[in-house]
Design a protein around this ligand. Structure first.
Ligand SMILES: [Zn+2]
Ligand SMILES: [Zn+2]
Length: 170
């Protein structure tokens, strides 16, 4: 999603409209956020320049299918948000090289991915109350309980017990 902003930098135009669709297929976000499938993320807004800065004002939205990190069920969520971003630019395009700019070109995908990562949930859960799967038999505990005795097998819970009893002594 490279946009040529040379006309903006040389002030031959006042603003550039953004009306793009971004495909997440090649994005690292897929792995970081258990994304199974995503519609193209639509991005619309504009870019303008004031003094030595360009400003990106845009909003994005799309539908994403995630896999719950506890029960592994797929669920769909609408993702949307706003982008307000500015970047320092100079007339000398050779100096406009950073992670967002490559000479005359602005890479909106970097900016959109950062905004998306910010709007995505820290923990990918179908619901805050998701009970997850039984670590022993794999039963989806949201649907049915199982008969496994988890108290005695989950070493993480054992550690937690120690932690609490240690703290009580202090
Ligand atoms: Zn779940
Ligand atoms: Zn079980």
């Amino acid at each position: 999603m490279n946009i040529n902003i040379s006309k903006l930098i040389s002030e031959k135009t006042e603003s550039i409209d953004i009306n793009l669709e971004y495909d997440l297929k090649a994005s690292n976000l897929l792995y970081d956020y258990n994304i199974v499938q995503a519609s193209p993320i639509s991005l619309s807004g504009e870019i303008h320049k004031e003094n030595e800065k360009i400003f990106i004002d845009a909003s994005f939205s799309g539908e994403i299918v995630f896999r719950c990190s506890r029960c592994l069920k797929e669920f769909e969520k609408n993702i949307s948000g706003d982008i307000e971003f500015d970047i320092q630019v100079t007339e000398d395009k050779d100096n406009n090289d950073n992670e967002y700019l490559n000479g005359d070109y602005l890479d909106l995908s970097v900016i959109l991915e950062e905004a998306l990562a910010f709007s995505l949930p820290m923990k990918v859960l179908c619901s805050e109350e998701c009970e997850g799967l039984c670590p022993r038999c794999g039963q989806d505990l949201n649907i049915n309980d199982c008969d496994c005795d988890l108290e005695t097998i989950d070493p993480r819970l054992e550690k937690l017990k120690d932690f609490f009893s240690n703290n009580e002594e202090v």
